[in-house]
Design a binder for this molecule. Structure first.
Ligand SMILES: [Cu+2]
Length: 274
């Protein structure tokens, strides 16, 4: 019983109260953490929803009205009306006007996502079957990010969303994300940042976000990429500038690109000797 109330609560909860990760039975968006996502939420909550609700209510009213007013028992002789020019003009023009009104904010949001401002941090996300690899090209950092299996999850780690190596980015800085794939199509998506881009082999797609608050944010691969498509989550930690610099120092040692290349060479040499 309590569970049902809980579900109903989530069904009607406004977007603002929801968290950085999906909740059971959630209907709305996740809590926004960037201007891009706030724009999307505004467009959905204050533009699309009212228009859809008004149209649905109006059509329902018309149907009910016609059912009652023109029922067979009240209209023994059928009407022979077939055209009404005025009504035909109205039902062509009104939908056009609605589309034009919707197009203005819609294009504004689209273009603001497309124009990448000067980046403070650049990240490269590479989709593999089935995990994400990350590179910080300016920092000489490279690492892979695998999902943590259910049995290894610690307390407060969400299932199917937690990874071993998380991405770190500073808060209130422009982060440019270059997205590509190594095998098949994937898509790098982070709902709270309003970011979703296809990862295409042999091609780099770019997007950006500026996280407005600190926290851990979760996303998932959003292009059906194979048998383990559901098991390649994306975890991004938004931290303060100081914490980010501290992480960078450690990561430069732990995930040093040259070091990894050297290791690969050494492994290859050992194999050759054998
Ligand atoms: Cu994928």
């Amino acid at each position: 019983m309590f569970k049902n109330f809980f579900y109903i609560f989530f069904l009607i909860t406004p977007t603002k109260l929801l968290g950085n990760e999906p909740k059971d039975w959630q209907l709305g968006f996740q809590k926004s953490a960037s201007k891009s996502m706030s724009d999307i939420v505004w467009f959905h909550d204050y533009m699309l929803l009212p228009i859809i609700t008004a149209i649905t209510a109006f059509v329902l009213f018309l149907l009910l009205y016609v059912c009652v007013r023109y029922r067979a028992s009240r209209n023994r002789i059928a009407s022979t009306t077939s055209h009404n020019t005025m009504i035909e003009v109205i039902w062509t023009l009104v939908p056009c006007l609605i589309l034009i009104v919707m197009a203005v904010p819609s294009f504004k949001v689209l273009y603001s996502q497309d124009e990448i401002p000067k980046a403070d941090v650049t990240i490269k996300a590479i989709g593999y079957q089935w995990y994400w690899g990350y590179e910080y090209p300016d920092e000489n950092i490279i690492f892979d990010s695998y999902m943590i299996a259910d049995k290894d999850l610690k307390e407060n780690q969400p299932r199917l969303l937690t990874v071993d190596n998380e991405v770190y980015v500073p808060v209130n800085k422009v982060v440019k994300v270059m997205i590509t794939a190594n095998d098949v199509l994937h898509a790098w998506a982070l709902p709270s940042f309003g970011v979703k881009r296809d990862a295409v082999p042999g091609r780099i797609n770019e997007t950006w976000f500026k996280a407005e608050r600190t926290g851990t944010f979760y996303g998932q691969c959003s292009e059906l990429c194979g048998i383990k498509h559901a098991f390649m989550p994306i975890t991004v930690n938004v931290v303060t500038e100081d914490e980010y610099n501290k992480w960078l120092e450690e990561a430069k040692v732990k995930f040093a690109k040259d070091e990894i290349k050297n290791n690969i060479k050494i492994v290859k040499r050992i194999k050759d000797i054998r």
